[in-house]
Design a protein around this ligand. Structure first.
Ligand code: C5P
Length: 226
């Protein structure tokens, strides 16, 4: 059982989900329910995946004013989830209020914050109005996330060593943008291989298309315990 890989099920029908989990049940501990799946099939998909034995990361990347995020999380934490996230760009006050709701909920899932999306390049980072270097912004958002007492961040594996140095080894780094060396990047920009991401200290590898199109490659990824 690989406990490091979080399988991103970016599908929109029950048939697609069944086809995906057939290949991974009993082999990966974690699955990720993102916007496409949650908005297509609704909250019942979370219980279905839990019943299949998976831990569930609900990846809705909440980004709104503190009151709205707090209210949304009160609802979402009623589902049997093990990890959930907000955008760090929503600010410290929002993250503090999010943390209080999530930590006081029945399941008390991990709460992490997205720093900069792994589909964002340095060029796009400047295009949307940021100055300086993307990596410095990611580190700053990680420090803010820690000040708000969240469990960790979503970032690129390229940034993990900087974040661990600043925030400590226990601060979780969940890293999408993973590709095997000969694969297409698709829409991702800050990409890295599974072996490199693990060597750099990623706690969890979020992997969608690269594994779903080539399930046999899961066996090549080491999957230690947290
Ligand atoms: O198919 P692929 O491996 O690129 O999928 C990556 C998954 O991780 C997608 O579900 C995407 O929404 C999610 N994600 C990401 N970058 C982030 C946060 C989440 O790619 N910063």
């Amino acid at each position: 059982m690989n406990e490091k890989v979080i399988l991103a099920i970016d599908s929109s029908t029950n048939e697609e989900v069944s086809a995906v989990i057939k290949n991974f049940k009993g082999k990966v501990k974690w699955v990720k329910v993102g916007m496409e799946l949650f908005y297509s099939l609704g909250p019942s998909i979370i219980s279905q995946l839990k019943d299949e034995g998976f831990s569930v990361f609900l990846d809705l990347k909440l980004h709104d004013i503190p009151n709205t995020v707090e209210s949304a999380l009160k609802r979402l934490c009623k589902y049997p989830i093990d990890m959930i996230n907000v955008h760090a760009l929503g600010g410290k006050d929002m993250m503090i209020r999010a943390g209080l709701v999530v930590k006081n909920s029945a399941n008390s899932p991990y709460l992490i914050a997205v720093t900069q999306l792994t589909s964002t390049s340095e060029h796009q980072f400047h295009q949307i109005g940021f100055g300086g270097h993307l990596v410095d912004n990611v580190i700053k958002l990680a420090a803010l996330t820690q000040e708000a007492h969240l469990d960790g961040v979503v970032c690129s594996a390229h940034e993990v060593s900087h974040i661990k140095k600043m925030c400590g080894q226990d601060f979780l780094c969940v890293t999408p943008g993973i590709r095997f060396s000969d694969q297409s990047y698709d829409d991702q920009k800050r990409v890295i291989t599974p072996a490199e991401a693990l060597a750099l200290g990623s706690d969890f590898l979020v992997m969608g298309r690269s594994l779903i199109h080539a399930p046999h490659l899961l066996d090549t990824i080491p999957g230690g315990h947290l």
